[in-house]
Design a binder for this molecule. Structure first.
Ligand code: ZN
Length: 89
């Protein structure tokens, strides 16, 4: 005799898996992503158009070149201070 599983209820697939109407936003399968470096590519999004500041073509992790954002020449000031200290020794 087969075991009886009492916790499984028989629910019709059409009612249990159907999405609610007018609840989900429109999904664009060909949304255009535009990067400030000029690169564009397609993705899926609820927005038809996206803008980004960094992408896989211009991010330092992928380009291999290091870039630092120097505000107010602080790096240059540090280098001058460090050079003055080593010269004093
Ligand atoms: Zn980019």
């Amino acid at each position: 005799m087969a075991p009886v599983v009492s916790s499984v209820r028989s629910v019709p697939l059409s009612t249990s898996l159907s999405m609610k109407a007018a609840l989900h936003p429109q999904f664009h399968t060909d949304a255009t992503v535009t990067c400030v470096c000029g690169n564009t590519f397609l993705t899926g999004s609820t927005l038809p158009e996206l803008k980004t500041e960094v992408c896989s073509l211009c991010h330092p992790f992928f380009t291999g070149t290091q870039r630092i954002v120097d505000t107010g020449g602080q790096v240059e000031r540090f280098r001058r201070r460090a050079a003055a200290r080593t010269a004093a020794r």
